[in-house]
Design a binder for this molecule. Sequence first.
Ligand SMILES: [Zn+2]
Length: 340
Amino acid sequence: MPNDNARGDFLEALRLSRRLTQMQVAEAIGVSQAALSKAESGAELDDEKWVQLADLLGVPVEAFFRVTSSAAPARIFHRKLKSTPKTSLNKIAADLALVRLRVKNLLGRQPTTLHRHELEDGFVTPQEVAQRVRDELQLGTDPIDDLVAVLEDAGAVVLRWPLESIRVDAVASWQEDEIPVILIGEHVPADRQRFTMAHELGHAVMHETEATPEQEGEADAFAGEFLLPAARLLKDWPSLVTFEALMSLKRKWGLSLSALIRRGLDAGLLSEADYRTWSIRLSTTGMHRQEPEPSRRENPVALASAIQNFLNAGASVEDLASRAYMYPREFELTFLQEIS
Ligand SMILES: [Zn+2]
């Protein structure tokens, strides 16, 4: 379905992704800010201005004449974003929207086995949603060996992305009929990455808009149940909670020690007092920052290998980059990061 303002949205997303204001761009190409603003809303500009814009924003000029789907800014779920600078926030939303647009052009329509689930004003709990999503993904109640692989198999696109600037671990976007996209911060330690991804998955399937503090709690509850179902937690929880017992749970379920004691508290298996004692122990020993036996890092591979398959089948990097409205160099840096 061609979008009315595909070109304007693309222009705006590129500008925000490059952290430029309308004024800066307007001055650089010699038009008024009003004219640029109108162009972002769909108005025409002289061809020569599109050439200047392409140079300034670092994309081939044909992109502006070929783009047909919208790169309207993605909704991002994350309350911590409220305290981050608007330009950083806009940049990430624009990056997500551009990834969505580019991936759609590269892969076409890709079915996803994920579904949305309503919490129905409290009649359904996040834990129940987690169980349903586990069922949909045919995970049973067993430990999830590689969560990134599970999400990629479900049709989501996962990429490592520089998110340090907004101090969040991951962002996700899942618009109607689109491929779910999850960007994981490059700075996130492997031990925290699984919980973070499960948390974002929870937002994506349960929530529509920017998260409230209550929804943050729901996403955490979803993540806990998704990674370690209560039915199994009750069986596996040690009668005597020792460090070694927790480490053995960590190895089996791939949850960090801090997430495990939280899970124990929430399930009523660990008392408030014991939870506090363990928290203090993890933090005084520095283990809350760097845990012993860090989990194996899960790396996204699906998108890079789909691209590699195109290359093996005879497509050139130039062709693929052009499909993604990019120059080859940026295309490689963005989408072939896990290959090389
Ligand atoms: Zn969140």
